[in-house]
Ligand binder design. Structure first.
Ligand SMILES: NC(=O)C1=CN([C@@H]2O[C@H](COP(=O)(O)OP(=O)(O)OC[C@H]3O[C@@H](n4cnc5c(N)ncnc54)[C@H](O)[C@@H]3O)[C@@H](O)[C@H]2O)[C@H](O)CC1
Ligand code: K
Length: 215
């Protein structure tokens, strides 16, 4: 079985890759998006109408970048944005700007989520820190009520990636594309139920430096 890591490890390995190795955070986000995009295209999903449900953390940024990759392929895609864009992380702010350049529509209508043929869940990843309420909970309930298949990015939103517990409400995904390593919470009974098929994507973040291989 492949290695699984905690939230703290995921955050530490990310920070090491960015700050010590020197790979820019935006490059990692683009690799996370490309990995998710390739998994979507290689699977058997109906991509007639795709909706990316994104919040303003970096998990949302991954999803907004996936929306752009789909749009460039001519796929009908919209973004349902949760949270205050003025508070988005710098990478997610940049992804929103790029999405705007490509004319990707933003929707505030949950019916668009319910009527999608494929939903990309980019609400929360390893940054989830409290129970989900309000509009975030409404969006997750709409995702779970939709007939569409759902692909979660990194972690099914609402699942605590350490414990596998549902933080109020959580997406039940068909597929989860998780970055760098699996997360320990996705191996619990509840975590497995919510993640569906898990694909681990190599985005250039490693637990140990691979300098010895590079010499
Ligand atoms: N860091 C990297 O280089 C990479 C990260 N990747 C992806 O980014 C996420 C982790 O991003 P982060 O910004 O740390 O956290 P989240 O996007 O998961 O969410 C944080 C955001 O949400 C707020 N929040 C937390 N809980 C709640 C709640 N219950 N209700 C409302 N809001 C909540 C919190 O305050 C923050 O503002 C990781 O999972 C990857 O998907 C890339 O993969 C590339 C590398
Ligand atoms: K997610």
């Amino acid at each position: 079985m492949s290695k699984a890591i905690t939230i703290a490890e995921a955050q530490r390995f990310d920070a090491h890759t960015i700050n010590i190795v020197g790979i820019p955070a935006m490059v990692l986000m683009e690799r996370a998006a490309l990995a998710t995009f390739n998994n979507i295209l290689n699977d058997d999903f109906d991509i007639t109408r795709v909706v990316v449900v994104a919040a303003t953390g970096n998990n949302g940024g991954d999803g907004i970048a996936v929306a752009r990759l789909l749009k460039i392929r001519g796929i009908d895609v919209a973004i349902y944005l949760l949270g205050d864009p003025a508070k988005a992380t710098s990478q997610t702010t940049q992804q929103l700007k790029i999405a705007d350049y490509y004319g990707i529509p933003l929707t505030t209508d949950l019916n668009d989520v319910v009527n999608a043929t494929l939903i990309i869940d980019a609400i929360f990843g390893v940054g989830l820190s409290r129970d989900i309420t309000g509009k975030f909970a409404d969006a997750i309930n709409a995702i779970n009520a939709a007939d569409a298949k759902t692909v979660s990015i990194d972690v099914p939103s609402g699942i605590n990636a350490d414990t596998g517990n549902v933080m109020g409400v959580a997406v039940v995904a068909d597929t989860t594309v998780t970055m760098a390593y699996n997360k320990i919470g996705l191996l619990t009974t509840t975590g497995k139920h919510h993640s569906g098929t898990v694909h681990v994507a190599d985005i250039g973040i490693y637990a140990q430096d691979r300098v010895e291989h590079a010499r």
